[in-house]
Each structure stands twice: as structure tokens, then as C-alpha cells.
Design a protein around this ligand. Structure first.
Ligand code: CP
Length: 319
């Protein structure tokens, strides 16, 4: 699939990696590859989306995703509207749909939406003619995080196919885990999921495509054996009702990724984390800051990946 074919095949919205064929995921990664160097220029700008308007509408807190979408749009020369939900008429009771239609009425081309409700971007995609980009919906998907994680792995390892990737922790509440395992298995990786039994949904391994490419492993040390990539997840305390583990200290002992555990992985294994991190809980501080960590590289890559996504979905011409 070349770039022109990919733009034609992209569809109106980016809602979930589950919707995308492997070829389109690869094309999005290739586009990001071409755009990465824009962030290293003295003048960090290309005219690809000049005249387009991108609105960032975040109903949940965000540091990385919101700022990187803003930078990505600006580096493509789009106009950017950042809607501060706490300072908007949402607090007066305006619905999601009315808010989105109001923004669209200002001739916005693309709406980037984060919402606590799974399916909120799908609702907007059906109701609006603007392009809708999912920046994380509930525990469903976080497709651009999945893409930037794939991009980071591909750059670090030179490939995705054939790698063993271990995703550790709160799988049940993690949209990052869902997008990650779907994207990774579509591109040929093998995914091991491991964490407290209370945080591993029944049947989650069946999300791997094709069947048999994702497995649940009960023991963290066994899961890490020979792994190429280790991805501890943030404990999503804001999404957990009743406590799912007895204490942070016990969690760190049973499920935390530390130097001893990283030694069980392949000698050249990398450790990733979508951020924000709970230092000393799901990941030891020295591992997070260590030579195998790609945490800040993921952030850098996030801008290029979101540039690629905006370029494809907002109808860019030549980058
Ligand atoms: N990884 C991620 O989605 O981070 P933010 O919540 O800071 O956007």
C-alpha cells in the first residue's frame, strides 16, 4: 500500500486498532517514520495541513496525548483548538453530542476526543461528519498509544514480527494493553499477558489476531523468560471500584518490574511504559530511568505518530 492508497483506504475516523488491517497500521508507522525528522529541524513545521482545523476535546486528564496532538497538528501547520472541558459548558450540563456538534459548527475538520466512556468516539463518528480520532476511551482502546508503542518497538528492534512482548499488570482497566496486544499480534508479535488474577479479564487473550498469538501467563518470572519487550502498565486506580490488591507494596513485590526481573528477559530487551508511571509500584525507579528504558523515547515518537495519523485522517496532501 503506497501513501496515496493508504489515504484513500484510511476511512473517516481512527477509533480502534481492531478496525485496521495490518497493512494500514504499517503505512501509518511508515508515515510517522518520514515525519520524525520534522521535530529535529530548526523550523519544526511542514505545510501539510495548512487551512485545516483540529480540536482537542479531553474529558479526562492527559499530559502526553493532549500536548502531543497539539504539537503534531501545529507541526503540520493546522489551526488548533484546545477545549478545556472543566471550563466549558459541559459543567452546565451540555451533553457530549451537543458539545461536539457545537465545535463542528465552527467548521472544525478533525476532533480528537478522550472520554471515560468506552464508545464515546464511536458515538461522535456516527453523528459528525468531522474526522474523529480516539485519544483513549474508557478501558476500550487508545489507538495512537498502540501505534507509538509499535513505532518505538520497530525502531528499537528493527521488526515487530517474531518478538515476544510481555504486558504486565492491570490489563482489565488498560486501553493501552488492549490496543497494544491487538496491534502487536496483527503485526506478528507474540504477546504474554501477566498480572494479578483480579486484573486479567476472562477471554482477553482471544483479542490477539490471529488466534494463538496472545496468552495469559500466571507467573511474572516465567512470563519474562527470554522476552524482547517488557511493558508494565500503570495501575488504573481511578477506574478500579473495590481495591483489587491489598497494598502498593505487595503489588510491587509480586508484579513490579525491577532489575532482577529484567535480567530474566533477553539481554537486549527494552522496557516500555505508556506513562504516567507509579515509581516503585509497577516499575522500579532505576529501571524506569535505566539504559533499557524507552519511556521518554515513546513520548518523542508520540508526536511523529500523531502527525502521521492527523495527516492521513485529516486529508493531508504532500507532507
Ligand atoms: N499515555 C498516556 O495516554 O498518557 P496521558 O494520559 O498523559 O495522555
Amino acid at each position: 500500500m503506497n501513501a496515496a492508497q493508504a489515504v484513500a483506504a484510511t476511512g473517516k475516523d481512527l477509533l480502534a486498532l481492531a478496525d485496521l488491517p495490518a497493512e494500514l497500521i504499517t503505512t501509518l508507522l511508515d508515515t510517522a517514520e518520514g515525519l520524525l525528522e520534522v521535530g529535529e529541524r530548526t523550523v519544526k513545521k511542514v505545510p501539510a495541513l495548512r487551512g485545516k482545523t483540529v480540536a482537542n476535546v479531553f474529558y479526562e486528564p492527559s499530559t502526553r496525548t493532549r500536548t502531543s496532538f497539539e504539537l503534531a497538528a501545529k507541526r503540520l501547520s493546522a489551526d488548533v483548538l484546545n477545549v478545556s472541558v472543566p471550563a466549558s459548558s459541559v459543567v452546565k450540563g451540555e451533553t457530549l453530542l451537543d458539545t461536539a456538534r457545537t465545535i463542528e459548527a465552527m467548521n472544525v475538520d478533525t476532533v480528537v476526543i478522550r472520554h471515560a466512556a468506552s464508545g464515546a468516539p464511536q458515538l461522535l463518528a456516527r453523528a459528525l461528519s468531522s474526522h474523529i480520532i480516539n485519544a483513549g476511551d474508557g478501558a476500550h482502546e487508545h489507538p495512537t498509544q498502540g501505534l507509538l508503542d509499535l513505532f518505538t518497538i520497530r525502531r528499537a528492534k528493527g521488526r515487530i514480527a517474531g518478538l515476544v512482548v510481555v504486558i504486565v499488570g492491570d490489563i482489565a482497566h488498560s486501553r493501552v494493553a488492549r490496543s497494544g496486544l491487538i496491534g502487536l499480534t496483527k503485526l506478528g508479535a507474540h504477546v504474554r499477558l501477566v498480572g494479578p488474577p483480579t486484573m486479567i479479564p476472562v477471554g482477553v487473550a482471544e483479542l490477539g489476531e490471529p488466534p494463538g498469538t496472545c496468552e495469559v501467563v500466571a507467573d511474572l518470572d516465567a512470563a519474562l523468560d527470554g522476552a524482547d519487550v517488557v511493558m508494565p502498565l500503570r495501575l488504573q486506580l481511578e477506574r478500579q471500584g473495590a481495591p483489587l490488591f491489598s497494598s502498593r507494596r505487595e503489588y510491587a513485590v509480586r508484579w513490579g518490574v525491577d532489575r532482577r526481573r529484567m535480567a530474566l528477559a533477553a539481554p537486549d530487551a527494552i522496557v516500555m511504559h505508556p506513562g504516567p508511571i507509579n515509581r516503585g509500584v509497577e516499575i522500579a525507579a532505576d529501571v524506569a530511568d535505566g539504559e533499557r528504558s524507552t519511556i521518554l523515547t515513546q513520548v518523542t515518537h508520540g508526536v511523529a505518530v500523531r502527525m502521521g495519523v492527523l495527516f492521513h485522517y485529516s486529508g493531508g496532501g504532500a507532507a
